[in-house]
Design a protein around this ligand. Structure first.
Ligand code: V47
Length: 372
């Protein structure tokens, strides 16, 4: 009997999670009620141990990270989502827009490094035309031809499709030709109508997010999925979110990674309502994600929102990825995250080794990776 299984037996002894463990052992899918129970169960260590067992079965002691750069190319946004501190209105002092030349310069400056991915997301700027979106992707590839461009959330993809005046096939072909590699998972927030109406009603809602993800994946792009938690949502709505993603993944299979995003309330319209997330909640969220999302291979503990300390601990609660170096990030920093702006590669390795895992440097799609 392995040490993990023995430890788990001890933890689950006398707990009422034995039926869920049996389901997992039999390879049976957990249902909505199981999800609610896992969120509400008082014994976080037992829930975490179940998730750790599943994680260990899939990934052994490996913990992935990459060398990446975030470029949030504009903060100007048509929408006023209540959870967002990043968005600015045109003409505001803090409004900015990067030109394709800016993107090129920013990546050229680090072109001789090990950087393998640029992550580009932003607000929905009212004045950008279709070519701008293609041009920033081309600019990134021109600066570093081997870079993987992971860009545009489903909110941006939906907007690009709408302003293009072209067919869906043509738009995805143009994006591919420009050099788009995959799409990040943002903009999903909570896939529940009540939350859409309450906090991001101007932006695409659950059905449109899922439909756009279906389009992206049927056109051959891999993507990630996220969930913004820790604001006004209920446990049942988190479970609904996970079940909806799982159903789409059964159909399309193109989600690489799920990333729970811990909400930071400072400078947002929810600053008086939302409380800052706790480590206890973050670890629970990682564990339940691992257990419910049996068909999404990777669960990422995103240190920018979770803080490096909690993200490191999350590796023992179901997570198998810490994201990357990130280098400059504005969305969460504008909302007051206590995490640093960047984590050097050595620090990511130290966090992974310090938790007893084996660091593995990966590319964006996990197709190429090597132990460090
Ligand atoms: O879509 C906005 C969220 C997302 C706040 O795919 C906030 O690999 C916390 O999607 N507090 C953007 N979160 C980030 C994102 C992402 C990050 C890292 C990796 C990947 C990936 C994707 O940030 C937004 C929104 O859901 N967000 N405001 C806030 N105050």
């Amino acid at each position: 009997m392995s040490a993990v299984v023995e430890g788990l037996d001890r933890l689950l002894e006398g707990s009422d999670l034995a039926d869920i463990r049996d389901k997992i052992e039999r390879g049976e899918r957990l249902d909505f009620e199981d999800g609610v129970r896992l969120y509400r169960h008082p014994d976080l260590a037992a829930v975490g141990a179940l998730a750790h067992e599943v994680r260990t079965r899939k990934h052994g002691r490996k913990a992935y990270f990459n060398i990446n750069l975030h470029l949030d190319y504009t903060n100007v946004c048509l929408y006023s989502c209540k959870f967002c501190a990043f968005a600015a209105k045109p003409g505001e002092d803090r409004a900015y827009l990067m030109t394709p030349e800016d993107v090129h310069a920013r990546i050229s400056a680090v072109a001789d490094s090990d950087l393998s991915e640029v992550h580009m997301v932003a607000g929905i700027h009212p004045d950008l035309d279709y070519d701008y979106y293609l041009d920033i992707v081309r600019a990134a590839k021109r600066a570093k031809p081997d870079i993987h461009v992971k860009a545009f959330t489903m909110v941006e993809i939906d907007h690009i499709l709408k302003i293009s005046g072209k067919s869906e096939d043509r738009v995805f072909e143009d994006l591919r030709e420009a050099g788009l590699g995959s799409c990040p998972g943002g903009g999903a927030e909570i896939l529940a109508t009540r939350i859409h109406k309450a906090v991001f009603r101007e932006k695409i809602g659950p059905e449109e997010w899922l439909e756009t993800a279906r389009k992206v994946q049927t056109h051959g792009f891999k993507m990630n999925a996220t969930m913004l938690y820790g604001h006004v949502e209920r446990v049942e709505e988190r479970v609904e979110h996970l079940c909806r993603l799982r159903r789409l993944q059964d159909e399309t299979g193109g989600f690489m990674t799920f990333i729970p995003l811990a909400f930071w309330p400072y400078n947002t319209a929810l600053r008086n309502y939302g409380k800052v997330t706790t480590g206890w909640n973050d670890l629970r969220q990682i564990a339940v994600s691992r257990l419910m999302l049996d068909n999404i291979p990777n669960i990422k503990a995103y240190w920018v929102m979770m803080t490096p300390r909690v993200a490191q601990t999350a590796l023992s609660f179901g997570a198998n990825d810490l994201d990357g170096t990130v280098t400059e990030e504005r969305i969460t920093h504008d909302a007051g995250t206590s995490a640093p702006m960047l984590l050097p590669r050595d620090e990511l390795v130290r966090l992974i080794r310090g938790a007893g895992f084996e660091p593995v440097l990966r590319d964006t799609t996990y197709e190429s990776f090597r132990p460090v």
